[in-house]
Design a protein around this ligand. Sequence first.
Ligand code: BES
Ligand code: MN
Ligand code: MN
Length: 453
Amino acid sequence: MNYFQQNRERCLEELKEFLRIPSISTLSEHKPDIRRAAEFVAAQLRKAGLNGVELIEGEGNPLVYGEWLGAAGKPTLLFYGHYDVQPPEPLNEWMSPPFEPTIRGDNIYARGAADDKGLTLILIKAIEGVMAMRGSLPLNVRFLIEGEEEVGGEHIESYVAKRPPRLQSDAAVICDTEMFAPELPTLCIGLRGIVYGELIVKGARQDLHSGIYGGAAPNPLMAIAEILCALKDRDGHIRIPGFCDRVRPPAAAERAAWARLPFDEEKYRMEEMGAQELTGEAEYPLFERLWARPTLEVHGVRGGFTGEGAKTVIPAQAVAKISTRLVPDQQPEEAIEQIRKAVAKTCPRGVTAEFRLIHGAAPSMVNPENRFLRAAARAMTEIFGNETVYIRSGGSIPIVGHFDKHLGIPSVMMGFGLPDDNLHAPNEKLYLPNFYRGMEAVARYLDIAADGS
Ligand code: BES
Ligand code: MN
Ligand code: MN
């Protein structure tokens, strides 16, 4: 029995401890929990045997840093994860409370179980295990764990942009993605970018009686509906001028590989999504729609009357939270300009409409031929006993673009979540076999990456 098998129970207990901290980065009342989570990570890094562990303070939530640089002449890997989580609402839909980790079957349920506390701990425990078994690592590692990924990660971007010598590495290892299926080791080689903002629409000076003024007064909620329908049509096509010009279609070989993935679209629709029908641009296959086409979504609309019963009112103002996902080679700055122009052009008479940016991140792609990716594929294949597949993901991880742009290093996106982990949703979970196999896969990766492949 190796260290990982011997220490399963204790690792699980430590995961539970981490999951009990409600480190929600969107809500300022959770600042003390954010700090507790950062300190938990720092203590874990020290326990794993890393040196120079400290919290890097800045404008936002602390970054947690640690290193082990005892393998002269060997490559250096920069390990990344995040300790912040999304808000747990709606609470009544959770089968057990979001911050009371609960095991049911092979899964542990809690907010952050898969995104990203469980996966971050996999990285740390892999190092702890190798250090405990051998007293050293086969290559050099640095850890940079952040606490505001879920809100756009400004602190980490400004820190990485300074190119501190402390971050100098040959490749990054990002543990924040999912596998395509439970037994299918997966490397993610592409992510969508994002532009997230608020559409603020204003009409009359104040709310108005809809009987007395209806027919003459502008209605900001109607205006939001009109603008949104003009930005994206009923068939899922984005109608923002120029928006799709830079979209690079996937290569034929990548498309063909996606078509070979073991996948049951009906099961996906019924069980994973629970929807009547899949929508979107019908002329593109599903994975292309999810991974290689831009989208526009509305997340919430605020304004007017939403209480019990009826109130006949024309609201003076309404706000919609919206985002677009970007694919290579779209860029956030250009997309923001295009959105602003399109909003101005489609804004109906009688109201003003403004797009206020909340955060943005570039899309990213990595070359699967890179030696650090090939090593990762070998390690995953060995541990999971199946050939590793390469996929993209529709989600966004801003740091991948920053590592590329500022440090010039590729990111190996080796993640252990599953498609039904309910990220950002009620009943988020982590499949426990992946928690343990993940540690072994990362440990194996260190050896293979150390010697090239
Ligand atoms: N870990 C996710 C992104 C992800 C999920 C990538 C599944 C691949 C597979 C990350 O924490 C996340 O949720 N990112 C946000 C973006 C952020 C800028 C708010 C997202 O994608 O909405
Ligand atoms: Mn994440
Ligand atoms: Mn997330």
